[in-house]
Design a protein around this ligand. Structure first.
Ligand SMILES: [Zn+2]
Length: 89
């Protein structure tokens, strides 16, 4: 039994209606409702990263844009550091 409704490893843009693969992440905070250490994360494709950043910047929310690098590699990619599954062979 698999209890997940959607694949968890597909990271798509947070812009409403956009299904493009996300290439950036935007970590932001609303100082009026979020505590100091609270962060929200939006994902954005190349096309919408500017839109989403401007949307937050226009509200004076602190934000940080970074490249999205933690996407899982393709299944057939070599994984030199992966020795945790070696025993399964
Ligand atoms: Zn998008």
């Amino acid at each position: 039994m698999i209890g997940l409704d959607a694949p968890a490893d597909v990271q798509t843009c947070s812009r409403a209606g956009c299904r493009a693969h996300a290439t950036h992440r935007i970590d932001w905070r609303n100082p009026r409702i979020h505590a100091e250490d609270r962060r929200k994360t939006w994902l954005a494709c190349d096309e919408h990263v500017g839109f989403l950043r401007d949307f937050l910047a226009a509200r004076d929310f602190p934000l940080e844009v970074s490249p999205l690098e933690d996407a899982p590699p393709p299944e057939d990619a070599p994984q030199p550091d992966d020795d945790t599954t070696a025993e399964a062979r």
